[in-house]
Design a protein around this ligand. Structure first.
Ligand SMILES: [Zn+2]
Length: 185
């Protein structure tokens, strides 16, 4: 017999959004030194995938942790509506440049974990959120080989965060970066 608490359900929501990384307490040169290409002032776009895993007891009469329609509505309202075709720095107050969160994959994962958890029915918990972003394709002729400029993903587990585990960047090459936060048992 499987352990009910270990059963999870993962749904993917996608969105496209623009952002840049900028700390207001740093000047342009310091922001560029800290954040590289992502600090460029004119913003840039990514296509994001966001995988949200929830866990809880499987109800015997439905075989479900949560009604899929309920979860999808929450993801549509809290993730897609909030971020899709937006400028994250300008359109999402929590990521405002005058003191908000830097819109990295790690911070997006942590933020999404929080807002989704707040909407879930009793007994259902966010187990993990993974946010992966890719840059938009260049469309200039002859430059197609440079199509995907970067890919990164980050994940957040609220339970791990409660236990003091911060999302930790891994594989920090300019072309690919993954952040992961493992959940303790
Ligand atoms: Zn970026």
């Amino acid at each position: 017999m499987s352990s009910p608490g270990r059963t999870s359900l993962t749904r993917r929501v996608t969105f496209a959004a623009a952002h840049r990384y900028r700390r207001p307490d740093l000047d342009d040169a310091q922001n560029a030194a800290t954040f590289g290409l992502c600090a460029r002032p004119s913003y840039h776009g990514h296509s994001y995938t966001c995988d949200v895993s929830v866990t809880g007891d499987v109800a015997p009469h439905t075989g479900m942790i949560v009604d899929l329609g309920v979860l999808d509505r929450i993801l549509a309202e809290e993730v897609r509506e909030r971020f899709d075709h937006r400028n994250i720095n300008l359109d999402v107050p929590e990521f405002a440049e005058d003191g908000g969160l830097v819109p990295t994959g790690e911070e997006l994962a942590r933020f999404i974990a929080g807002v989704v958890q707040a909407r879930l029915p009793a007994g259902v918990r966010v187990q993990r959120v993974v946010v992966a972003g890719r840059s938009g394709r260049r469309t200039s002729p002859g430059d197609a080989r440079h199509g995907w400029l970067s890919a990164r993903s980050a994940s957040c587990s609220p339970a791990a965060r409660r236990h003091g585990c911060a999302a930790r960047p891994r594989g920090c090459s300019p072309l690919h970066r993954t952040g992961e936060c493992a959940m303790p048992h």
